[in-house]
Design a protein. Structure first.
Length: 442
């Protein structure tokens, strides 16, 4: 094995592969699973050595995956997680027992894949390479379960080679329509493609029409059973609490009272219910309330309604589509009122309606916007966002540097104001670093 001499060399090789996270695929360009199946065969079918929980959804899949992993870890299992996108380092995507893969291990893994690449039947994308790396790593580490988050959609996502024991669909809303379909029904059908024969399907808070579509797909592939939010599991109470939510859950015939979820927003209470149902389904029995309390206490989801500072209130949130923006706005109204000015640092990727993203922020009092362009070929132009903001009556400022945008946003609010970075994790990642440094040096 030739391998790489450094992690930088390994990541440079990785970045030489086409990146559909940065250059959006169309329906025609969306790859099939041929490359993944061929490569896995050459690598010894590592996915067959791993028990898996597969998580998809328009929003909420990252938080739900994190909660599932925390619960199963507290239950005594060795847990792998594969998530995307990363906030800061690509290593974050692949973790075992909550610890991201070390540079040296990732370097060696990518070296093994580089050596094998000449034998792969087709050229693979960057995300496919990372998915292979995760599956090989989890097999090497002999995890008891891998919680695997879908990249985009479900049916044709490169993670859909698992035959997972539990398939989770958190939410369905319009997003990635150029890939997944033009209606929620089409998107639901695509996401339902992760269901495997004999799997347990856990369906989150979806409209009845979408539940029916997922149910039809699941029954068509002979899923073992289907559990639906509000019917088979759900929440009886979901109240604001210091540091998160206080919820009462029910799942698998068991009630859990006064459960503290250390994440902000009512949606995180719903995500917790989905996660408990998924964990119970995987285990085949109901977790005890002590395990759930201890597991949830360890959950951290950087970049999702994350509070970085209090005076002024400084937050980052990875809302990247209109549905996410509406949830963000509702969460701010419920738990984060301030008396002073509200300034948003915002950039987004193409494929979204900027007005639909901005309207929820305007409705909760954001009157000034510092516009940035994410470092991505898919970045929406600042001019396009500025035009939408102007039509909505928002004062705008355009900055090319995210760190500078953060500094200027902070300078325009007093201790009673709010600064929020949002619109894309490609904005939230660098903004999070910049804002933490600025607050530390105050």
């Amino acid at each position: 094995m030739s391998g790489f001499s450094s992690i930088d060399d390994a990541l440079a090789w990785l970045d030489d592969h086409i990146d559909f996270e940065r250059v959006a695929p169309t329906r025609r360009a969306l790859p099939s699973l041929e490359g993944m199946h061929g490569a896995l065969g050459i690598l010894g079918e590592p996915q067959r050595d791993i028990r898996t929980i597969h998580v998809t959804g328009t929003n909420g899949k990252g938080s739900t995956s994190a909660i599932i992993a925390a619960l199963l870890l507290e239950a005594g299992l060795r847990v792998g997680t594969y998530t995307s996108p990363n906030v800061h380092l690509v290593n974050e995507r692949i973790a075992v027992n909550g610890q991201m893969i070390p540079d040296g291990t990732l370097r060696d893994l990518l070296g093994r894949l580089a050596d094998a690449e000449a034998s792969f039947p087709v050229a693979l994308t960057r995300f496919e390479i990372l998915t292979l790396a995760a599956l090989v790593h989890f097999a090497d580490e002999a995890v008891d379960v891998a919680v695997v988050e879908v990249g985009i959609g479900g049916t044709w996502d490169s993670t859909n080679v698992l035959g997972a024991e539990v398939a989770v669909i958190t939410t369905v809303a319009l997003d990635h329509i150029q890939v997944l379909g033009n209606t929620p029904a089409e998107i639901a059908r695509d996401k339902a493609g992760i269901v495997s024969p004999g799997s347990v399907v856990v369906i989150g808070d979806l409209d009845d029409e979408l539940v029916a579509i997922v149910t039809e797909v699941a029954e068509g592939v002979a899923a073992e059973r289907i559990e639906v939010f509000g019917r088979d599991f759900g929440i009886k109470a979901n109240a604001l609490a210091v540091g998160g939510r206080m919820v009462e859950l029910f799942a698998t015939g068991t009630s859990y009272s006064e459960v503290m979820v250390p994440l902000h927003g009512a949606h995180q209470g719903r995500n917790a219910a989905v996660a408990v149902a998924a964990a119970n389904a995987f285990l085949g029995f109901s977790l005890g309330e002590d395990v759930i309390d201890a597991g949830l206490a360890e959950v951290r989801v950087p970049g999702r309604l994350e509070v970085l500072g209090r005076k002024p209130l400084v937050m980052v949130d990875g809302a990247h589509n209109p549905a996410g923006a509406r949830v963000l706005a509702a969460s701010l109204v419920e738990g984060f009122n301030v008396d002073g000015p509200r300034v948003a640092i915002l950039g987004m990727l193409e494929g979204r309606d900027p007005a639909a993203m901005l309207e929820p922020l305007v409705s909760v009092g954001f009157s000034r916007l510092v516009i940035v362009e994410p470092v991505s070929p898919r970045a929406m132009s600042a001019k396009k966002i500025e035009g939408a903001a102007t039509r909505l009556g928002i004062e705008t400022l355009v900055r090319t540097d995210i760190a500078q945008a953060c500094a200027e946003a902070l300078s325009t609010v007093g201790e009673d104001g709010m600064v929020l970075a949002t619109g894309s994790l490609y904005v939230v990642g660098p903004a999070r670093l910049a804002l933490r440094e600025l607050l530390a040096n105050r």
